[in-house]
Design a protein around this ligand. Structure first.
Ligand code: CAP
Ligand code: MG
Length: 423
């Protein structure tokens, strides 16, 4: 049997390096590493007559780090094992069969370091943070937005009205919810027409740039059609549920070069990222999404309703990008310099309300988009007041003023804090 463990191996900047958390099942950690390295590359469960030295020399990965106290294992794969530009194949290799092997109790892909050859084979974000700030004409403050609620149920006109109220109340962006596509009571094409018409009216009334992020999630060809429909009506954004549609679908949309900002929702991520011992880290998901080319990505809130502990969120902020570029403290992985890939706007969403804006900015900095669904439309005085309360809380946070004190002269914020507090 081929041997993959080589503790003296030093990964090169041409390797794909994977960090796993490994929990063996009745075998040693070393034996588990041999199985993982083999099954994710050129091996199988038994010796085979068709293997030869030449293949092994060219394509054999090296297990070069095994930490018995943390269960962390690092494997360096020759990049010839992978098809550049083909994320599906890359993941079928390093995140495929190995998750189902009987010899493993738990396995988590914690991080991937991609070499330049692979990074260059994907387009990356078309706009990124600079392009979005230029489009919205917002220089350096966090962007604030909402999700039309109820998630689904409103008709096209009602949907557009909630969006309008959110914009005139002061929010920059309004998105569809992740499970709103084209329903019998809310048809996609009509929703776009109604909502973009309202967006134009909100821009006229406020004098500010306003953004609508319609959810085009559907079969890939239909997504292209829906994106073109949005564009034909003056829309600049599309939203995609990137995990339920899949990496190849996302890549098709990105590679269509539509000239539209891609907002990536991560619905279903909890099925693979939530278990700290098994699955794939959100850090890895975020790297892949940036590589393929989303412009903004949900990364959790660390303070809201969704799972995503401060550590998990911090990991995404602090993770060292790769063995060639070192992260500056507190810099988002999504923002870090990564060859020629533009930085991606982190989106915090889920259980947020105005009272949580100061801690959010403290954890995630100012290059974030904060989205408030219930925390906007649940305001005692309705959507417009909810939007105003969010802006008031943002203004107070940016002026480093105490929210409760600021609320004494800002009644919308005062009512929001009365209902939801500051935690
Ligand atoms: C938030 C939200 C977002 C989730 C996504 C929802 O609504 O619209 O989709 O937060 O989670 O449907 O729950 P609320 P994440 O503001 O009313 O909670 O951003 O962590 O992927
Ligand atoms: Mg949602």
């Amino acid at each position: 049997m081929l041997k993959y463990i080589d503790i003296n191996y030093k990964p090169t900047n041409k390797d794909v390096v994977c960090e796993y958390y490994v929990e063996p099942n009745k075998i040693t950690l070393e034996q588990a590493c041999e199985h993982i390295a083999g099954e994710s590359s050129i091996g199988t469960w038994t010796t085979i007559s068709t293997m030869n030295e030449k293949i092994a020399k060219k394509l054999k990965p090296h297990v070069y780090s095994i930490n018995h106290s943390t269960g962390e294992v690092k494997i360096a794969y020759p990049n010839e094992l992978f098809e550049a530009g083909n994320m599906a194949e890359i993941l079928s290799s390093i995140a495929g069969n190995i998750f189902g092997m009987k010899v493993i109790n738990n396995l988590r892909l914690q991080d991937i370091i991609f070499p330049k050859k692979i990074v260059d084979s994907f387009k990356g974000p078309e706009f990124g943070i600079p392009g979005i700030r230029k489009l919205l004409k917002v220089k350096d403050r966090p962007l604030v937005g909402t999700i039309v609620k109820p998630k689904v149920g409103l008709n096209e006109k009602q949907h557009a009205k909630v969006a309008y109220d959110s914009w005139i109340g002061g929010l920059d962006v309004v998105k569809d919810d992740e499970n709103l596509s084209s329903m019998s009571f809310n048809k996609f094409d009509k929703r776009i027409e109604e909502t973009l018409a309202r967006r134009d009216k909100a821009e006229d009334r406020t004098g500010d740039k306003k953004i609508y992020m319609p959810n085009i999630t559907a079969e890939t060809n239909e997504m292209i059609r829906r994106a073109k429909h949005v564009k034909s009506l003056g829309g600049e954004y599309i939203m995609i549920d990137i995990l339920t549609t899949g990496w190849s679908a996302l890549q098709t949309i990105r590679d269509a070069n539509l000239g539209m900002v891609i907002h990536a929702h991560r619905a279903m991520h909890g099925a693979i990222t939530r278990n700290p011992k098994h699955g794939i880290s959100m850090l890895t998901i975020a790297k892949i999404a940036r590589l393929i080319g989303v412009d903004q990505l949900h990364i959790g809130t660390a303070v809201g309703k969704m799972e995503g502990s401060p550590i998990e969120t911090e990991d995404i902020c602090d993770e060292i990008e790769d063995n060639m570029i070192r992260a500056k403290p507190k810099e988002h992985m999504l923002e870090q310099k990564w060859f020629n890939k533009k930085p991606v706007f982190a989106v915090a969403s889920g259980g947020l309300h105005p009272g949580l804006i100061p801690p959010l900015i403290k954890i995630l900095g100012k290059n974030i988009i904060m989205q408030f669904g219930g925390g906007c439309h649940g305001h005692p005085d309705g959507t417009i007041a909810g939007a105003r309360a969010i802006r008031q809380a943002l203004d107070a946070a940016l002026k480093r003023q105490n929210l409760q004190k600021y609320a004494k002269t800002h009644p919308d914020l005062d009512k929001a804090l009365e209902k939801w507090g500051t935690s």
